[in-house]
Design a protein around this ligand. Structure first.
Ligand code: SF4
Length: 218
């Protein structure tokens, strides 16, 4: 296991209660353990109406619940309001990953996180989204800042979870926990595009619910 002696993390000055948006168990495993090891009070906010289909959504959510329970971390199971997500994604169906559809998708998830935080006494928000090397950190942070901005006294914590071995520990923890390993970002369009890419390479299409970290490589 990569060195688990991590820096003691601290929320931005004056903040002591964090609402952590989680996209899935593999991305949040290292983030959750790092936050917990630093003694920061936090809860998980699972709001991901982008994930399609529902079978995949439930798989990702159940893995995250299992891990949160194991660590005694409160898990807030927010709406699966897919109609709103599709409404906001209208006209962006053909956009590539890291494009404007993804900005919308991060905005939507952060906005709900910030609202819940404001209504329930959390003064800091963050997300596990940024730990993935497939994501654009700047894009995510921009959405996080925007979401916190309307609420007086609220901050978006832009800690870079990838650094100091975080990205490697994310994979190690996922293997240790035998987490479900999703093979596309989440929305129906990312599923379509990943499958098109696979097809162009003569690879088999994605099968939902079959791949787990730590299992034998195909
Ligand atoms: S590719 Fe990922 S981040 Fe982008 S819109 Fe789809 S689910 Fe959201």
């Amino acid at each position: 296991m990569t060195d688990l002696i991590r820096d003691k993390l601290e929320l931005p000055a004056g903040h002591n209660k964090l609402l952590l948006h989680s996209c899935c168990a593999p991305c949040s495993g290292e983030v959750m353990e790092a936050i917990q090891a630093s003694g920061i009070e936090y809860a998980i906010f699972f709001y991901n109406p982008n994930i399609h289909p529902q079978k995949e959504y439930l798989l990702r959510k159940e893995e995250n619940i299992r891990f949160a329970e194991q660590h005694n971390i409160p898990f807030i199971d927010a709406d699966y309001d897919t109609d709103n997500w599709f409404e906001r994604a209208r006209g962006m169906e053909k956009e590539p990953e890291r494009g404007i559809r993804c900005t919308m998708c991060f905005d939507m998830r952060f906005e709900r996180t910030a609202l819940y935080a404001f209504e329930h006494g959390y003064t800091a928000i963050s997300s596990s989204l940024g730990i993935s090397r497939w994501k654009d950190m700047q894009q995510i942070n921009g959405c996080g800042y925007r979401a916190a901005e309307p609420y007086p006294g609220m901050v978006y914590w832009d800690y870079n979870w990838r650094k100091k071995g975080g990205a490697a520990r994310m994979v190690e923890i996922s293997k240790r926990e035998n987490f479900y390993q999703q093979e596309y970002c989440g929305c129906v369009y990312s599923l379509r595009d990943t499958n098109l890419h696979r097809k162009s390479q003569g690879r088999p299409l994605i099968k939902l619910g079959v791949k787990y970290y730590g299992d034998e490589e195909e």
